[in-house]
Design a protein around this ligand. Structure first.
Ligand code: FES
Ligand code: FE2
Length: 437
């Protein structure tokens, strides 16, 4: 990776997370003008299926209008402004629950209650639902409230060059969790935009993760980090663990790597990868080196995926995987950690008008044989009530109310992201400034 892409150190004033004025600037200048993920295509397979997407004070509904067409509207009735629908579901048409004005799924007004009362004062163009720009990439439905916005492909550039070969469009939900976090949407997402926290927040991972030292670079409006300068491969202990490097059975380490992530995360690598790794290592010679062993485990995962009919991304080589790195920030509010047959995806968005609250969605996607994907269940998690997402993510999420509390202290004025490992975060704020200024 190019050293000259590295950002110089910057400070991020805490008001960017805490102040209502800053949230208002985001509401005025960011959300109405930026592409953002509203849902995935598999959430609306049938004509009439819809999903709502709420961000700050805005609400949008995405609906399938034909086998090959979807549309998005501002989710509001033009009569007196009632939100039309909540959550997700199936509609023949959208009937406003307040006075019954009705709209086809194509957004056309088909009924005004007691229309004759209005005489000729209703302008037909004001009666329909207001359309929102929509495009898709990788099976994700993106919306943009700005009618004059740049094309999605231009906005995403150069991410497709790194990510297209993962074939996100051929993955489906393995699980879907939503939780309301007591923290700003940016602080929440930033917990997943660097690997710098792994040693302190997830110390149990160091045993088999290999070297946890990361580097991070900007990519257009977006950014990524990866493990490009490591002294120990996956399956080995991190060099941070003193005196634990040599001499173990690397086959057990490779199996333990997949087991650890299957049991504590159930995302990125799949349960199929774990089973394949166990079978491959049972056949591997005792004196195998760790890189060969890890490669064997991955190849066994490929064979298992193909045997199941799930397929494997044909153009994604190890070289491309290595170049991509481990973690992408997709400006403004998504992060993904992709692997050959699975990816972990995060989406954070402001919760109404409160800078200290966000809606946080966590999606584990996986390749399945057609028709073998599990039924989609959106699980709501309340961490305060003692619910759990999984071991690793609970560790991440448990930092967040302490971050909100700490940032409010008069002893804290600005964040100091690491200029090597946390460029995703500093670059995030640079891109944000281009929208806000
Ligand atoms: S607000 Fe929708 S019909 Fe009156
Ligand atoms: Fe983490």
């Amino acid at each position: 990776m190019d050293g000259d892409k590295r950002q110089s150190a910057r400070r991020i004033p805490k008001e960017r997370y805490l102040s209502r004025e800053f949230l208002q600037r985001e509401k005025d200048r960011l959300w109405p003008r930026v592409w953002q993920v509203a849902c995935r295509l598999e959430e609306i397979p049938k004509v009439g299926d819809y999903v709502t997407y709420d961000v700050a004070d805005e609400t949008i509904v995405v609906v399938r209008t034909a086998a090959d067409r979807i549309k998005a509207y501002h989710n509001v009735c033009p009569h007196r402004g009632r939100q039309l629908v909540q959550g997700c579901g199936h509609a023949i048409n959208f009937r406003c629950p307040y006075h019954g004005w009705t709209f086809s799924i194509e957004g056309r007004n088909v009924h005004v209650q007691d229309r004759q009362d209005y005489g000729d004062t209703l302008n037909p163009s004001e009666l329909d639902l207001l359309e929102v720009k929509l495009d898709t990439w990788g099976g994700f439905v993106f919306v943009n409230m700005d009618p004059a916005c740049e094309p999605l492909a231009e906005f995403l550039d150069p991410l497709p060059e790194y990510l297209d070969d993962f074939e996100f469009e051929n993955m489906r939900y393995r699980w879907y969790v939503t939780t309301v976090m007591p923290a700003n949407w940016k602080a929440t997402l930033e917990g997943f935009m660097e690997g710098y926290h792994v040693a302190a927040t997830h110390p149990q991972l160091l045993r088999y993760l290999g070297d946890d030292y990361t580097q991070s670079y900007a990519l257009g409006k977006h950014a990524h980090f990866g493990y490009w300068d490591i002294k120990a491969p996956p399956g080995m202990p991190s060099p941070r663990l003193k005196g634990s490097g040599e001499g173990g059975d690397v086959r057990a380490g490779v199996v333990a790597f997949f087991e650890m992530f299957e049991q504590q995360l159930a995302a990125i690598w799949t349960d199929r990868d774990y089973e394949a790794a166990k079978a491959a290592m049972a056949k591997a010679p005792a004196d195998i080196d760790v890189i060969t062993a890890f490669g064997m485990a991955v190849e066994a995962g490929r064979a298992a995926a193909e045997a199941e009919g799930a397929g494997y991304p044909p153009k994604l080589t190890f070289e491309k995987l290595a170049r991509a790195g481990s973690d992408f920030h997709i400006f403004p509010n998504c992060v993904t950690l992709p692997w050959f047959d699975g990816t972990l995806w995060y989406r954070a968005r402001p919760n109404g008008d409160d800078p200290d609250s966000c809606i946080f969605d966590i999606w584990s996607l996986k390749r399945y044989a057609p028709g073998k994907e599990p039924p989609l269940q959106r699980r709501k998690v309340d961490l305060k009530a003692g619910d759990s997402v999984c071991v690793i993510l609970d560790q991440d999420l448990n930092n967040l109310d302490h971050i909100t509390r700490g940032m409010k202290s008069r002893g804290f004025s600005a964040a100091r992201p690491n200029p090597v490992q946390e460029v995703e975060i500093s670059h995030f704020h640079s891109t944000l400034d281009r929208y806000l200024d």
